[in-house]
Design a protein around this ligand. Structure first.
Ligand code: GSH
Length: 233
């Protein structure tokens, strides 16, 4: 979908944010153009600095008419944003686009990916940026939960991919794969748990998956990077 007569969709987020990257990759996979607004100050306590997101989270999708829904409200939540992008692309009933698969196995894995993505935010914000003690039982449990989730998915990855469809060629993309990829690359970008040990990758199936997925165009044009500082007017 690329119609120069339609007003642009805008996404507020950060180039180093894994949730933002999921939305950007899905938009790219759907050929939906997105303008990008940088949220500069993650530690701000003003929702206006988060494009009006009441919980001060990112990303947020701004949807102009004719796509806007109730009262022109922006869309909060990465999964909601992806759903909206699929609707705008006219692909809501397209079996080649898999947002919520019918498989309980994949649904469980998706839940663990979202949970690990949220855990990554807590570890980066709490330990790395907030300088809170990494050894506190609070962070120790978050880390263990992340490792447990990654191990669970790693062990089942061939079955999970098989449950998504008869072959990789039968789908354009799945939200599960995009979000898993963004999570894995983010852990490499902002290390919180070890992805490799003395004898190689700690989660071999996940490692091979991320390497293969990184070759997609949507991955290559959304590589994690710091955003330039805000220009002082
Ligand atoms: N449930 C939200 C979570 C988004 C989220 O946690 N985003 C991170 C950036 S990757 C964030 O807003 N961090 C700032 C903060 O938590 O204060 C979604 O699905 O979009």
């Amino acid at each position: 979908m690329s119609d120069a007569t339609l007003p642009p969709l805008r996404l507020s987020g950060r180039s180093g944010s894994h949730f933002t990257r999921v939305a950007r990759m899905v938009a790219h996979e759907l050929a939906v153009p997105l303008e990008f607004d940088v949220v500069h100050d993650l530690l701000s306590l003003n929702p206006a600095d988060f494009a009006g997101h009441p919980a001060m989270k990112l990303p947020t999708l701004h949807v102009p008419p004719p796509f806007a829904t109730e009262g022109g409200s922006p869309i909060f939540g990465t999964e909601n944003i992806c759903r909206k992008l699929v609707e705008i692309a006219g692909r809501a009933d397209d079996p080649r686009v898999i947002l919520l698969p019918s498989s309980d196995l994949v649904r469980n894995a998706q839940e663990l990916v979202w949970q690990a993505m949220a855990a990554q935010v807590q570890l980066v914000l709490g330990v790395r940026i907030g300088k809170l003690p990494a050894e506190s039982p609070f962070f120790a449990k978050i880390k263990l939960g992340m490792i447990g989730s990654l191990a669970w998915i790693d062990e089942r990855l061939p079955n999970l991919l098989a449950a998504l469809g008869p072959s990789e060629n039968a789908r354009d993309f799945s939200l599960f794969e995009v979000s898993l990829f963004c999570l894995l690359e983010h852990i490499a970008f902002r290390p919180t748990v070890l992805l490799s040990g003395p004898v190689g990758p700690r989660f071999p199936s996940l490692h091979a998956f991320a390497q293969a997925f990184a070759t997609r165009e949507s991955a290559q044009c959304t590589v994690y990077a710091p955003d330039p500082p805000k220009e002082i007017q």
